[in-house]
Ligand binder design. Structure first.
Ligand SMILES: Cc1cc2nc3c(=O)[nH]c(=O)nc-3n(C[C@H](O)[C@H](O)[C@H](O)COP(=O)(O)OP(=O)(O)OC[C@H]3O[C@@H](n4cnc5c(N)ncnc54)[C@H](O)[C@@H]3O)c2cc1C
Length: 382
C-alpha cells in the first residue's frame, strides 16, 4: 500500500513526489512514457524565480534573456530591456529528468512506461511494461497534464478553456538577449520567438482554432526548415474544484497555467508543493474526506489564486481586442516612463502588481482603445 501515488512525472508530479517522499511517505510516481520529459511540449522559457522553484542544477539552461521585444500587428515595436538576467531558456526534457532524479533520490519510487487508466475503490489500475496492475493507495495526486485521465475518470469539471499550441526550433539569426512577442500572430493569444542562442530560435503560437494556418503564416518570417516540432495543449482557468475522491489535482491537470503567458511550470510547481503539504497532513491524520482535502484549495488560492483569476479575466479581454486596437495599445505603451515601470515592476509569474500600477498611470486608459478601456475599467473598478 502506498501512502501517495502521483500520476505523471512532469514538473508538478515530481515536485509533489519529492516532497511526499522526503517527509517519509511511501510514494510512487507513475509515468506513461518510457523517457521522462519526452515528448517536450513546452517552449522552456522560465523566469528566474520559476527556474529556482525547479531546484535543479544549471545544466538544463541553454540561454539567458534580459527582456522582450513586443512587435505589434502592423510592425511597431517596444523594447523592454532590464539589462540583467530575467529569465532562462531551458531544455525542458533535461529539466524534467533532473527533477525526477531528485524525487527518486528523496525516496520516491518510479514506475515508468506505465499508464493509469482507472480507479477501483482505493486501488489505481495501470497498464504498461509490467502488464496490468492494481496498486493500493491512501491518496492520489493527479499531475497527469492537460488531458488528465484521472479528472475524466472521476468526471470532474475541467479547466475553462483549452488552447492548442505549436512550436518549431529553427536556424535563425537573432539577438539572444531578447524574447520576441507577436500579439498579431494569434487572435486570442500571441506568437513567440525565443532565442536558444544567437543562431537558433524557438518560434510558436497558441490559439483556440486555426492553429496550423496561423502557424504557417507566422513562420514565414523565420524560415521553413525546423529540427524539432512541438504540439501541445494549454489548459487555462483552474478547474472549479481541485480536490475530491481522495485526490488532489495539480499543474496542468487542474488548469494552473498562467492565462497571460501560458507558462505553467511555476504555477504547476507551486500547486504541487501545496498538494504535497496537504497530502502529508492528511496521511498523518489518516483523514481523506473532502473536508480534509479542501485545505489544498485554500493554500493555493492564498498563494496564486488572485493572480490566476486576474490573468484569466485579462485573457478574456485580450480575445476581444482587434489587431487595430492592439496596435493602438502598443503605441500607447511605447512611452519611456511606462517602459521604465514595466522594467521595474514586471514579473512574468505575478504580473498583477505591474498591471495595477499601469492602470493608475494617467494616460494609459485615455490612450487605450474604447473596448479595452471599458474592460479594464470594470476589471479594476476604476
Ligand atoms: C506549446 C507550448 C509551449 C509552452 N511553453 C511554456 C514555457 O515556455 N514556460 C512554461 O512555464 N510553460 C510552458 N508551457 C506550459 C507547460 O509546458 C505546462 O504548463 C507544464 O508542463 C505543466 O506541467 P505538469 O507537470 O502539470 O504537466 P506535464 O508536464 O504535461 O506532465 C504530465 C505528465 O503526466 C504523464 N501522464 C499523462 N497521463 C498519464 C497517465 N494516465 N498515466 C501516467 N502518466 C500520465 C505525461 O506523460 C506527462 O509526463 C507550454 C505549453 C505548450 C503547449
Amino acid at each position: 500500500m502506498y501512502d501517495v501515488i502521483v500520476i505523471g512525472a512532469g514538473p508538478a508530479g515530481t515536485t509533489a513526489a519529492a516532497a511526499c517522499a522526503r517527509s517519509g511517505l511511501k510514494t510512487l510516481c507513475i509515468e506513461e512514457h518510457g523517457t521522462i520529459g519526452y515528448p517536450v511540449q513546452c517552449a522552456g522559457l522560465l523566469s528566474c524565480a520559476a527556474f529556482t522553484e525547479c531546484r535543479v542544477s544549471k545544466r538544463p539552461v541553454l540561454n539567458s534573456v534580459s527582456g522582450a521585444r513586443v512587435v505589434s500587428p502592423s510592425g511597431n515595436e517596444i523594447l523592454i530591456d532590464a539589462k540583467t538576467r530575467k529569465a532562462v531558456v531551458t531544455d525542458r526534457g533535461a529539466l524534467d529528468r533532473e527533477m525526477a532524479e531528485h524525487a527518486a533520490n528523496a525516496g520516491a519510487e518510479f514506475c515508468i512506461k506505465t499508464a493509469a487508466y482507472d480507479v477501483r475503490g482505493t486501488s489505481l489500475l495501470t497498464r504498461g511494461v509490467s502488464g496490468h496492475q492494481e496498486i493500493p493507495f491512501r491518496l492520489l495526486i493527479a499531475a497527469d497534464g492537460p488531458r488528465s485521465s484521472i479528472a475524466r475518470i472521476f468526471g470532474m469539471p475541467r479547466a475553462r478553456t483549452y488552447l492548442a499550441g505549436i512550436q518549431a526550433d529553427l536556424v535563425h539569426e537573432c539577438d539572444s538577449r531578447f524574447v520576441e512577442i507577436y500579439p498579431g500572430a494569434s487572435p486570442d493569444f500571441f506568437g513567440w520567438m525565443i532565442p536558444i542562442s544567437s543562431g537558433r530560435v524557438r518560434i510558436g503560437l497558441c490559439s483556440q482554432t486555426g492553429v496550423p494556418d496561423l502557424f504557417a503564416a507566422f513562420r514565414k518570417k523565420f524560415g521553413e526548415s525546423s529540427t524539432h516540432l512541438v504540439t501541445g495543449t494549454l489548459p487555462l482557468g483552474v478547474m472549479p474544484r481541485t480536490y475530491g475522491h481522495r485526490t488532489l489535482f495539480t499543474g496542468d491537470a487542474a488548469g494552473f497555467a498562467k492565462p497571460t503567458s501560458g507558462g505553467g511550470v511555476y504555477t504547476g510547481i507551486r500547486s504541487a508543493r501545496h498538494a504535497a503539504g496537504v497530502a502529508i497532513t492528511c496521511c498523518e491524520a489518516d483523514q481523506f474526506t473532502d473536508a480534509a482535502l479542501a485545505a489544498y484549495e485554500q493554500r493555493w488560492q492564498e498563494d496564486i489564486g488572485r493572480e490566476l483569476d486576474l490573468g484569466f479575466r485579462l485573457f478574456q479581454l485580450r480575445r476581444k481586442i482587434s489587431a487595430e486596437e492592439m496596435d493602438a495599445l502598443i503605441r500607447a505603451l511605447n512611452d519611456p516612463e511606462i517602459i521604465r515601470m514595466i522594467t521595474e515592476y514586471g514579473d512574468m509569474d505575478r504580473p498583477g502588481t505591474l498591471i495595477k500600477k499601469l492602470m493608475v498611470k494617467p494616460g494609459i486608459l485615455r490612450c487605450a482603445p474604447p473596448l479595452l478601456r471599458s474592460g479594464l475599467r470594470s476589471l479594476f473598478r476604476l
